[in-house]
Design a binder for this molecule. Structure first.
Ligand SMILES: [Zn+2]
Length: 318
């Protein structure tokens, strides 16, 4: 990790200055503490919140509405598992009033949070009910107790996380608690509708084996009756061995799998290798770890609905 020499937390008196500035003591606005002030308290009375990656960012946007300005530590198009934080990112974590993350998913974020914002961090992993063990990675067994972090691909787990985020925003910013509660209810209703569409749309699938690029779809598979067969483990950057690829190709042929799923944020070469070896088609199933110009949809809900159509075509659902 490159974060060994992180800047120390800013002195509390600067945070105090920030509050004074917000209350209208404009004479202080030009002082040397103003950059810390603006980044921790937002402008126009909005609450600045830092999210570790896209699905958390999206939930905060949906629930925070106009009261919250959210910054993601994972830039659009970046793959979040192995995100590296710049000194500016670390400063953002240091200055924020609230950082929302999921422990065990992004080691660089876990480290920055524990060193810079332990008292202002909100970990959503406990509310996501992570009960799937992490699969083997590059031939190595996972760390003891390591869990699959991809909760957002199960709309029910994402609902639980969203409710927890709503409650946390209300705690940090009680003046807007009623709006956060209302927005949480509305967002959860969207996730309930999505869950019902998935349940109905995958009921008749004739092929239940889901051959994916990395092991992002474990919770989705559990919820909708699929068996995930990932080409790589939890980390898309860990390359499969030739033996892994040949084992997956044998599985594809034996189980008459018609479609191999590639992703938007990682190169599709391994999915393509298996496709070439077996004659299976390669389609894109988006794990929604971040949005890019290649994403099929402008937000989580739209991309999930595109994923449903892709699954229905690839898994023989009528
Ligand atoms: Zn992943």
């Amino acid at each position: 990790m490159s974060n060994r020499h992180l800047p120390r937390a800013r002195p509390r008196h600067l945070v105090g200055l920030a509050v004074v500035t917000l209350l209208g003591a404009t004479a202080l606005a030009g002082c040397s503490g103003s950059s810390a002030a603006s980044s921790s308290n937002g402008s126009g009375g909005t609450l600045d919140v830092v999210a570790s990656f896209y699905p958390i960012e999206f939930a905060i946007e949906q629930i925070g509405g106009s009261h919250v300005h959210v910054t993601s530590l994972t830039k659009p198009g970046a793959e979040p598992h192995d995100v590296e934080l710049t000194p500016k990112d670390v400063a953002t974590v240091t200055d924020t009033k609230l950082v929302v993350y999921a422990t065990g998913f992004q080691p660089a974020v876990d480290e920055a949070v524990s060193q810079q914002a332990a008292d202002r961090a909100f970990d959503v992993a406990p509310t996501a009910h992570l009960d799937l063990a992490a699969p083997a990675e590059g031939g190595k067994a996972p760390a003891a107790g390591a869990k699959d972090p991809h909760f957002w691909l199960d709309p029910e787990r994402y609902q639980a996380v969203s409710k927890a985020i709503g409650a946390k925003l209300a705690e940090v910013d009680p003046g807007h608690a009623a709006d956060y509660a209302k927005n949480t209810t509305a967002f959860v209703a969207k996730l309930v509708a999505l869950d019902q569409e998935f349940a109905a749309g995958t009921k008749t699938c004739t092929n239940k084996d889901l051959v994916t690029s990395h092991a992002a779809f474990g919770y989705l598979s559990t919820r909708y009756g699929f068996t995930q067969v990932p080409i790589t483990g939890l980390d898309p950057e860990v390359e499969p061995s030739a033996a892994d690829l040949s084992r997956i190709a044998d599985f594809v042929k034996a189980h008459r799998v018609t479609t191999i799923y590639a992703e938007t944020l990682v190169e599709p070469k391994f999915a393509q290798t298996v496709g070439d070896a077996t004659g299976a088609r390669v389609a894109t199933l988006d794990p929604i770890e971040g949005l890019t110009s290649k994403s099929v949809g402008k937000d989580y809900l739209e991309v999930m609905r595109s994923n449903l159509v892709t699954l229905q075509q690839g898994q023989g659902c009528s």
